[in-house]
Design a binder for this molecule. Structure first.
Ligand code: FAD
Length: 289
């Protein structure tokens, strides 16, 4: 069986300690030779400058292909297209185009900014027209809180591909069937582009559970029980590594050839999962850079 290729998501550091942590994460994970790495854009568009700095620094200093996330929140169309142009000028060719959510834990749904993009479909189309970018978009195997049905969720994804997206990366999910069912339903709806599973190595079960519940993703009872026991025995990392490795293996046995890891700027679990899958760390970062 051929081994999958991988990519890694990071968030932009907010201070010096965070910068060191990101660099350490890169040092551990770059040797797995990711196809690309991506850098998030803070909820509510709050990290615009930090994302830009992190994206360009990783590209220049680590020599990795970097995809910059962009959202429609709290910015005019002109501002977003300016950011895209500045990425183009810096040699960044990959973008992740997202609608985003309204800022704040208790904020309501998304509302377009005055003169802003109204949806990820509009954003994708405008970025495609703006230049020669590889554009990835989000996809939701367990549905999305704003989707009226799974069919509508898939129609919406198809519209993003029709607007020019090249690939989709999914929200994390806990069971392989969520992804495989979704992939089949997308294919049945005429989607031919690649849909890459997003994998969350679970560092913190309570946090992962809260996030999943907020997104409306189902949390299997057996998984909650397993983490409760593992936490009691101080074996949470072992369980997280074993479960994610099994999830990834099932996906690759079913034809998935690329895995995207949500690293949360912590490299250990992702490294252990990649190693367990048979990937080997090759060139150290010093040689990659
Ligand atoms: P969309 O695909 O546009 O919408 C999600 C669903 O809502 C659709 O499937 C559809 O069913 C429904 N919907 C939305 N708009 C409409 C419409 N106009 N008409 C009908 N139905 C509609 N957030 C950040 O703030 N920063 C990030 O860096 C970030 N990175 C992410 C990376 C990935 C891979 C993923 C999957 C998500 C990321 N998010 C990020 C979260 C994302 O912003 C939220 O999930 C947001 O609610 C949806 O954004 P989207 O572009 O995927 O939405």
């Amino acid at each position: 069986m051929t081994l999958p290729t991988v990519s890694f998501e990071f968030f932009p550091p907010k201070n010096l300690a965070g910068s060191f942590r990101l660099w350490d994460t890169l040092r551990v994970l770059a040797p797995f030779e990711p196809g690309f790495v991506s850098v998030t854009y803070g909820a509510g568009g709050t990290t615009r400058a930090l994302t830009h700095e992190a994206v360009t620094a990783i590209q220049q200093k680590a020599g990795l292909r970097v995809a910059a996330h962009l959202t429609c929140v709290d910015a005019t169309r002109a501002e977003i297209l300016d950011i895209a142009q500045s990425y183009k000028a810096a040699g960044i060719t990959d973008l992740v185009a997202l609608r985003g959510d309204a800022p704040g834990p208790n904020a309501g749904g998304f509302a377009p900014a005055p003169n802003g993009f109204a949806s990820a479909i509009e954003l994708t189309r405008a970025l495609k027209d703006a230049g020669d970018f590889t554009i990835r978009v989000g996809a939701y195997p367990d549905g999305h809180k704003d989707a009226s049905s799974m069919a509508q969720n898939i129609d919406h994804l198809k519209a993003k591909f029709d607007a020019g997206a090249d690939e989709a990366i999914t929200q994390f999910f806990f069971e392989p069937d969520s992804f495989l069912r979704f992939r089949d339903a997308c294919a049945a709806a005429g989607i031919t582009q690649k849909i890459v599973p997003g994998i969350l190595p679970i560092e913190n079960w309570e946090g992962a559970k809260r996030f999943a519940q907020r997104c409306g993703a189902p949390v299997p009872r057996w998984l909650d029980d397993a983490f409760t026991k593992a936490l009691r025995d101080d074996r949470q990392d072992l369980l997280a590594t074993a479960l994610a490795t099994e999830l990834c293996s099932t996906l690759t046995q079913n034809g998935v050839d690329h895995l995207h890891f949500y690293t949360l700027n912590r490299p250990e679990l992702t490294r252990d999962i990649c190693t367990a899958l048979g990937l080997s760390a090759r060139a150290p970062l010093a040689q990659v850079a």
